[in-house]
Design a binder for this molecule. Structure first.
Ligand SMILES: [Zn+2]
Length: 281
């Protein structure tokens, strides 16, 4: 039986959550109950819960992520989002120390703040992540807001960090879309770089409710991701994710089905790679 781990999920149950617009496009209620029900429906064993962006430029506080995870009865594991400022980084490390048993990693939102991944302000967080062997996930590629900074979310900005910190587990979220080839090169070059394939079909693109080229877009993604795997030479460091509610389980799994790789590699992408990198039992 195919086991599935979703390495990229959002939820807040708050009216000021910016991802509500995507949820509506996908016909989703975007609640914890709905999420858990969908996970059952699609045989998703468990997943990582990340803060969604809120209106007025803030993000769901990490303590709210912990509450939702405990309500999920072990199905969701927390990832803490760290804002790139001295105080927030210190606070995030403190929260991480207090939740050492449950925390699975950190998230940095490149492109939403005008800061590069290798900015010294983030060094204390990287030191802690390395010492605890916790992966750091980075938003890479297109930003959900029109005011995002692509110069800062470009995946090649992870290269100096990976050069400087070979022991830090780095996850490029959304495979750097549209810079998929660049992420393939990062994974090929650095054994400590991983990438998730979440949120590539945002708000109905890739489905009937998208635009007239939606199916071609999904085909293109399947082709480009398959080519990325051939370039790297393996699927060992590629992780399945939805970015719920940005993308539905049916579209995310449709995309995996389009990858021209063998079943062993699909099982690695869907579960085994995440189990290894995030230490999932
Ligand atoms: Zn996300």
């Amino acid at each position: 039986m195919v086991r599935i781990f979703d390495a990229h999920i959002h939820c807040s149950e708050r009216p000021d959550d910016q991802l509500i617009a995507y949820a509506r496009q996908n016909g989703l209620e975007y609640t914890l109950d709905e999420l858990l029900q969908m996970m059952d429906e699609y045989s998703v064993a468990s997943g990582l819960l990340l803060s969604p962006p809120l209106k007025h430029g803030s993000f769901l506080p990490n303590k709210e992520i912990l509450k939702l995870c405990s309500r999920s009865r072990g199905r969701l594991h927390p990832i803490f989002t760290a804002r790139p400022s001295k105080n927030y980084v210190a606070e995030c490390i403190e929260e991480a120390k207090q939740n050492r048993d449950s925390l699975k990693g950190f998230k940095i939102l490149l492109g939403y703040y005008k800061v590069y991944a290798d900015d010294p302000v983030l060094d204390p967080l990287y030191d802690y992540a390395e010492s605890e062997d916790l992966p750091v996930m980075f938003h890479t590629g297109d930003t959900a807001t029109k005011s995002g900074s692509l110069v800062h979310s470009h995946p090649l900005t992870l290269d100096p960090l990976a050069n400087r910190r070979p022991a830090l587990k780095i996850v490029a979220c959304h495979f750097g879309n549209p810079w998929i080839e660049e992420v393939a090169e990062l994974i090929y070059k650095h054994t400590n770089v991983f990438a998730d394939i979440s949120g590539l079909c945002a708000g109905g693109s890739g489905t009937k409710s998208g635009n007239k080229y939606s199916y071609q877009y999904l085909e293109m993604l399947g082709r480009k991701l398959s080519d990325a795997i051939y370039y790297i030479g393996s699927a060992e460091r590629i992780l399945f994710g939805t970015d719920y509610p940005v993308e539905t389980y049916s579209t995310a799994l449709d995309l995996v089905g389009r990858l021209k790789v063998d079943e062993d590699d699909k099982q690695k992408i869907l579960f085994l790679n995440a189990q290894e990198v995030f230490g999932i039992p």
